[in-house]
Design a protein around this ligand. Structure first.
Ligand code: S3P
Length: 436
């Protein structure tokens, strides 16, 4: 599916942020482990959470969708060896978290994914899980991943060489599902939804008081609850925020956005760039901050993005690159080599698209610097999404500042994280069409 985004004058209105993808996947996994009846609201009904849902049902969980809710039912039987390969589709989070969970459960299973997921590195979870006692075979650190029934050691301690919430969560789930304690030392703070969720269900998570990034999750009994509410996905809100900022005379409200500090670093960066953003109605929902974001068109200035914040804006760098393309001066992003192993090599994908937008930029092994323009951009060539949802959505947003329009090839993958993207963006004034 190809989409065309035609230039727009102003965006206005109010939208409700779709459910958080990371939290949707985690509540399915943790809820299945808790083994209780639970009603989940705000679930992101998109391909990534759905492939995690199906994989969990394959190993014996009982999860059903009912209208806008997801219902978890108490299992009568233990988890089982699945009768077929578990297909995690495009979801790196789904695969890495499920590898941890299944290693801890001590059942046999083989995990596979689509062509993009099959190229992504899984050794970052396989190596520490093997040190914990798991038996795992892989295709040189990539899927298919075969997990063989084994025992996980207790009191494991792991110093993570890379800042990755997926690795951290995978190891925590392995220790939790095998009734063990674990200590993880992270080099930089990464998204902490897993830890917050464990605490929400009464588990014990200790953070060191110093700067060492040490997190201990004790083998404590979690208490079931009959409902869980998922806050909106900041990563999806990011497209609406930047679209509003770069369009003229615009004013948009995004309601119910997850504002976990380990996720919304982009707000800090955009405010440093001069963005007019206000947060109202802040509250805590199921141990996660949330609020409404009020955003207005703004003149942005380029900045050097602080390196420490990168793990907290990692999924927002494609759309930040679009904000930088229309900012005055140069924005420099470094220390972001993780972008090379996402759904696509995002540094390459961003650069390829910016070339077609005639935006001055330079790529590095670990980042990119972008010099913005105040002019409308004339784009003759089609943009390649590289089959990556966040690349597709980012370049569609850039269509707002085109002379005419921008066509993005292969946008099907938007459904992995933001199925309502086209309609939601059009409801505030964008003009995104399906054209071939
Ligand atoms: C995620 C963590 C991030 C992020 C991904 C979702 C998660 O990956 O890029 O989209 O849900 O834990 P890393 O933590 O591996 O960088």
């Amino acid at each position: 599916m190809n989409l065309t985004s035609t230039n727009t004058n102003s965006l206005n209105g109010e939208i409700i942020c779709p459910g958080d993808k990371s939290i949707s996947q985690r509540i399915l996994i943790l809820g299945s482990l808790l083994n209780c009846d639970m009603e989940i609201s705000g679930f992101l009904d998109a391909n990534d959470p759905n492939s995690t849902l199906n994989a969990l049902n394959e190993i014996g969980a009982s999860i059903k969708k009912s209208g806008s809710k997801v219902i978890l039912c108490k299992r009568e039987l233990p988890f089982i060896k699945p009768s077929q390969n578990l297909d995690l589709g495009n979801s790196g989070t789904g695969m890495r978290l499920m590898i941890g969970l299944i290693s801890g459960l001590g059942i046999n299973a083989t995990l596979v994914g689509d062509s993009s997921l099959s190229k992504r590195p899984m050794s970052r979870v396989i190596k520490p899980l093997k040190e914990m006692g798991a038996k795992i075979q892989s295709n040189e650190g990539k899927s298919p991943i075969e997990i063989i029934e084994s025992n996980i050691s207790s009191e494991f301690e792991y110093k993570m060489p890379i800042a990755s919430a997926q690795v951290k969560s995978s190891l925590i789930l392995a220790s939790l599902s095998s009734n063990n304690s674990i200590t993880i030392i992270e080099p930089k703070i990464t998204r902490d939804h897993t830890e917050r969720m464990i605490e929400y269900f009464g588990g014990s998570v200790t953070h060191s008081n110093d700067e060492s990034g040490r997190i201990t999750v004790d083998n404590s009994k979690l208490t079931s609850k009959d409902s869980y509410e998922i806050v909106g996905d900041f990563s999806s809100a990011a497209f609406v925020i930047v679209a509003t900022l770069i369009s003229k005379e615009s004013k948009v409200v995004i309601k119910n956005v997850g504002l976990n500090p380990s996720r919304c670093g982009l707000l800090e960066i955009l405010v440093l760039m001069g963005a007019n953003i206000e947060i109202r109605n802040q509250k805590i929902i199921c141990n996660e901050e949330s609020g409404d974001i009020f955003v207005k068109s703004s003149y942005l200035n380029g900045i050097d993005v602080p390196e420490d914040i990168i793990p907290n804006i990692i999924d927002e760098i494609p759309i930040l690159s679009i904000a930088a393309s229309f900012a005055k001066g140069t924005t420099s992003i470094k220390n972001a080599s993780e972008l090379r192993v996402k759904e696509s090599d995002r540094l390459e994908a961003i650069s390829d698209g910016l070339k077609k937008l005639n935006i001055r930029h330079e790529t590095f092994e670990d980042g990119i610097s972008i010099t913005g323009t105040n002019n409308l951009i004339a784009v003759d060539e089609e943009i390649n999404s590289f089959d990556d949802h966040r690349i597709a959505m980012s370049f569609l947003v850039a269509g707002i500042r085109s002379v005419n329009n921008i066509k993005v090839r292969n946008c099907k993958n938007i459904e992995t994280s933001f199925p309502g993207f086209k309609d939601i963006m059009n409801s505030i004034g964008m003009k995104i069409d399906e054209k071939n």
